[in-house]
Design a binder for this molecule. Structure first.
Ligand code: MN
Length: 152
């Protein structure tokens, strides 16, 4: 199961994060601003019943021309899309999490090393690429808006 890594990293008697269990095929995305050891933004896309997840070290792009590194991390349960709060000191990912943006999406193209999707959020609106950036490492992707696709 794809949530084993997620569950293996966490102690659910200590963290208030969800162990997961929700099922569904919703086309949603969420971005969580995570004040961990290093501030980052977690971009999550509901695909195949889980939230495929990437940690983005800088604020995600909201205009074309901005390229961000996005490091793929373990799949998260769908329930995580609603999570906000404080992960306790000493636990995995300790620090505060708050929702930075969320909405629905449509997948336009999907291969093992390229995703093209349209986001309908408050901050993130328009077509986005996530493209594997193998030179920089197996889990590294580039995240940017499709050119000529300004805010709608
Ligand atoms: Mn995080």
């Amino acid at each position: 199961m794809s949530l084993e890594e997620y569950r293996g990293k966490r102690n659910f008697t200590k963290t208030i994060e969800p162990p997961g269990g929700k099922v569904g095929g919703e086309r949603i995305f969420v971005v969580q601003e995570h004040h961990a050891t290093h501030l980052h933004w977690d971009f999550r896309l509901a695909i195949d019943g889980v939230l495929k997840s990437w940690a983005v070290p800088k604020e995600p792009p909201t205009v074309p021309g901005v390229k961000r590194l996005a490091v793929q991390v373990e799949d998260h349960p769908l329930d995580y899309a609603d999570f906000e709060g404080e992960i306790p000191e000493g636990e995995y990912g300790a620090g505060s999490v708050k929702i930075w943006d969320r909405g629905t999406y449509e997948m336009k193209e999907r291969t093992s090393d390229k995703l093209l999707f349209s986001l309908h959020g408050k901050k993130m609106k328009g077509e986005y690429y996530l493209i594997k950036f193998k030179k920089a490492g197996e889990k590294n992707w580039l995240f940017f808006m499709k050119k000529g696709n300004a805010k709608q």
